[in-house]
Design a protein around this ligand. Structure first.
Ligand SMILES: [Zn+2]
Length: 277
């Protein structure tokens, strides 16, 4: 049975911490290096539901995508905030926590590769390749762009809704439903900072999460690719299978959380599912 430090060292080799963006906080959050790791739970978010799941499954380590503690804290008082309570629970139950976030986004295979695979993209390459001698020609970078057999945007949106893990949010599309799409750009998580990269790469459609009115509207008015705004959790959940596979030789029991930690729990509209222009 490996120790926690053996498992986290293996993760550090797959997802070197220095690949993370400067503002990010990755690596070990808590957990003594000498504890034995028999079971691992891979999650997108560290929230009360996934911590309970880890305890109920008897896990010794949570490997999460999103940092629990991104900004500086001066208190872990469990009475003050749920995050303090979660840290107490993890330590009391001897569950370690490790985070691979933007370093997993840029890895190859990384978060957007898993997303691209779910959608059936072929011949993928990074949307914004990582620069520098360490990354030259490695296929590392943010987002991916690849191709699918030509279809309409409406059909692609329908395909994406079915191919991604189910959520109340589903997907919403922006752009002419009948336009032909063949070149598809994707970015797991909030990808609106990469709209210009999708344009420059010649994508017909860009699928990401957390798109907002003004950037989306202005992007389309300038003739940019159609947009699919998927649930944030659903765009990153596919990567959990990747990391679980990478750990399968090391730990006896590696499971993936399928608790939908997307905050949106209801999605209603007035019955208008498509607006033809
Ligand atoms: Zn994310």
């Amino acid at each position: 049975m490996p120790t926690l430090s053996e498992v986290t060292a293996a993760l550090d080799r797959i997802y070197p911490r220095h690949w993370a963006q400067d503002w990010d906080r990755v690596g070990v959050v808590c957990g003594r290096g000498d504890i034995a790791v028999r079971r691992v739970l891979c999650t997108v978010d560290v929230v009360p539901e996934t911590v309970i799941e880890a305890i109920e499954r008897g896990c010794d380590l949570i490997v999460a995508h999103h940092p629990l503690l991104l900004r500086g804290v001066s208190s872990l008082d469990p009475a003050e905030d749920y995050k303090g309570d979660l840290v107490h629970t993890l330590i009391e139950r001897s569950v370690g926590l490790y985070v691979a976030h933007t370093n997993a986004d840029v890895a190859d295979p990384g978060v957007s590769d898993a997303l691209a695979d779910r959608l059936g993209l072929r011949d993928t390459r990074p949307l914004r390749p990582l620069e520098g001698p360490e990354h030259e020609g490695t296929g590392r970078g943010i987002g991916r762009i690849g191709t699918i057999p030509a279809t309409t945007f409406a059909a692609f949106a329908e395909h994406a809704a079915k191919a991604l893990p189910p959520t109340a949010w589903g997907v919403r599309g922006a752009g002419e439903p009948g336009r032909t799409v063949r070149s598809v750009a994707v970015c797991g998580g909030a990808g609106d900072a990469y709209l210009a990269d999708a344009v420059a790469a010649g994508a017909d459609v860009f699928l990401t999460a957390d798109l907002r009115h003004h950037p989306a509207s202005e992007h389309l008015a300038r003739g940019g690719p159609a947009l699919v705004d998927a649930a944030h959790w659903a765009t990153e959940r596919p990567w959990l299978d990747t990391v679980a596979g990478q750990l399968s030789d090391l730990a006896d029991d590696v499971t993936v959380s399928d608790i939908d930690t997307d905050p949106w729990t209801i999605h209603q509209n007035s019955g208008v599912n498509r607006v033809e222009s």
